[in-house]
Design a protein. Structure first.
Length: 134
C-alpha cells in the first residue's frame, strides 16, 4: 500500500502474517471487553431515573419492558423481559416482580431490573425540560 502499482509486491511471509493476526485479535478482544465493561456500568444506569427518597418514585407496572441485569453474564447477553406481575411490600412499593422472557418466566428483585423507557417517557422528559427552561 502506498507504492507504485507497477512495482514488485512485498514478499509474503506466512509466519509474520500469523503473528500480526494474533496481535490484532488480542487487540480487538481487549477493546470488546473494555466496551462491554463500560457499557455495563454506564448505559443501564442512564435508563434509571434518580429520585430522592422524599420524592415519589414510580413503581414497576404490569406490562413494563425491563432489562434483567445479571452479574454473571456479559451485558450483550442480558435478557429483555416483560413484567407479568408485581409483588408489593408492606409499604406498598413494588419490591419483586415476575418477569416473562422469551425462554421462561421467573421472579426477580426490582434492584436487578432496569425499566426501559417508552415513547410516553420521552414526551414527559421533553415537557419537563421545557418547563425547567422557562
Amino acid at each position: 500500500m502506498g507504492t507504485s502499482l507497477l512495482g514488485y509486491p512485498e514478499p509474503y511471509d506466512p509466519e509474520e502474517k500469523r503473528t500480526h493476526l494474533t496481535s490484532r485479535w488480542r487487540l480487538l478482544r481487549s477493546m470488546r471487553d473494555m466496551f462491554w465493561t463500560r457499557w455495563r456500568k454506564e448505559v443501564p444506569n442512564q435508563f434509571q431515573q434518580r429520585y430522592k427518597w422524599l420524592d415519589p418514585r414510580p413503581n414497576l407496572q404490569e406490562g413494563d419492558m425491563v432489562l434483567i441485569r445479571d452479574d454473571l453474564s456479559p451485558p450483550s447477553e442480558w435478557p429483555f423481559g416483560r413484567v407479568v406481575k408485581t409483588h408489593p411490600g408492606a409499604d406498598g412499593l413494588v419490591r419483586v416482580a415476575t418477569i416473562r422472557t422469551a425462554q421462561s418466566t421467573f421472579t426477580r428483585p426490582v434492584v436487578k431490573l432496569t425499566r426501559l423507557p417508552t415513547d410516553s417517557d420521552a414526551e414527559e422528559y421533553y415537557i419537563e425540560q421545557r418547563r425547567r427552561r422557562n
